[in-house]
Design a protein around this ligand. Sequence first.
Ligand code: FAD
Length: 394
Amino acid sequence: MIETDVIIIGAGAAGLMCAHQAARRGRRVLLLDHANKAGKKILMSGGGRCNFTNMYTEPANFLSQNPHFCKSALARYSQWDFVELVVKHDVPYHEKKLGQLFCDRKSSDILEMLLVECDENGVELRLNTSVETIGKTDVGYRLDTSAGAMACQSLVIATGGLSIPTLGATGFGYQAARQFGHNVLPTRAGLVPFTITEPQLKALCTELSGTSVEDCVVSCNGQSFKENILFTHRGLSGPAILQISSYWQPGDTIEIDLLPHLDLPEWLAEQQRQQPNIELKTLLAEPFTKKMANLLAEQWFVSKPLKQYSPGELKAIAERLSAWHLVPAGTEGYRTAEVTLGGVDTREVSSKTLESLKSPGLYFIGEVLDVTGHLGGFNFQWAWASGYAAAQYV
Ligand code: FAD
C-alpha cells in the first residue's frame, strides 16, 4: 500500500498547479492521471499557443449558479501571479488582444514549466493509472487503482469536465462528488460552435464556410459579445459565437449585429444619395466579402440599384443586417466544446479552501466545479487559482 499526504486525481491544469504548490509546503504529493501524458488540454489550447491567462480577469468573467464562489481564489492567485511564474521560467509571451496572453512559441512551454515545478518540488507523477474505487478511512481516503492500493490524508479531484473525450475527459469527478453526497448541477457544452439545420440558413452557412465577419455583436439572454463570427459547414463558430454559446439554451434565439460600427439607416440613406446607381450587392461587398454580399443580396433582399429602394425598404435592410435573428438547432457538443458548464455545486464546497463541506479532506478544483470562464484565458486562470487555493490547505 502506498501512503502519502495528498493524492490529486487529474494531472491537467488545476492538478499540476495544486501539486507543485502543495509540495512546496512540504506535503508529500502523488499526482495520478489515467492518460499517458499530463496536461493534454494545455498542449491543445489556444490553437497550440496556450492562452494561459487574461490581464483583465475578474469574477464577472465566470458563469456559475453561485457567482460569488470564484472571488476568493481568484483574488489570492491572480493573473499577475501566473505571469510571474511564466517570467521566472523565461517563457516568452504576448498579448494577442483583449488582454489575452499567449505563448510566443508553443503551449508545451507552459506544460514543461509546470512539470519542472512539480519535479523540483518533489511531486510524484503517475500516468496510465486509473482509479477504480475511493473509500473513506479514519484518517483520510483509500484508493484502489490500476497501480495498487493507495492511501492519503487529503484527496483532490481535478479531473476536469466532459469536453473532448479524446483528450482524456471523463465524468469521473462528478461520480466521485456524488459518492460523497455532493449535488452535481446539470452539465452542458460551453464555448462551442452552433449547428444550423434550417435548410436556407444551412445552405448560406455551407456556402460561406470559412468566411469570418469581424467585430459582430452577438446577443442572447441579456448577454452580448463583440468579436468575430465564422461560418462553418455545420453552422456558426468564431469567438463571439463561442462566447454566447455558454449563455444559450436549446430553443433560444440569438441576435447578430453584422455591422455594429455603422449607423445603418443613416449609412444606407447616405449611400443612396451619393451612389444612387450602385447595386445593393456591390455596396455590401465593401463591409463583407463579395461572395457574402451576393448571397445576402440574393437570399435576404432583392438586389437592385439603391435609388430604386423606398425608405421603408432601406429601413428593413438596415434592420436585417443589424438584428439578424436565428435559432440554432443545437451545438457541436462535447466533441468540440472548450469547456463544460455546470458540475459540482459550489454551495457545498468552501470558497476559501476548496474543501468539501460534506466530506472533510476531499477537495475539488478546476473545471469539475460549476465555475466556467469566458473565452480568453479565463478557464486556465480558474484552474491555476483554484489549484493554488486548495494547495494551501491540503
Ligand atoms: P483538465 O485540464 O481537463 O485536466 C483533467 C485531467 O484529469 C486530464 O489530464 C485527464 O486525463 C484527467 N482525468 C480525467 N478523468 C480521469 C480519471 N477517471 N482518472 C484519472 N485521471 C482522469 N482555456 C483557456 O483558458 N485558454 C485556452 O487557450 C484554452 N484552450 C482550450 C482549447 C481546447 C481544445 C479545449 C478543449 C479547452 C481549452 N481551454 C482553454 C479550457 C481549459 O483547457 C480547461 O478549462 C482547463 O484545462 C481545465 O483544467 P482542469 O485541470 O480542471 O481539467
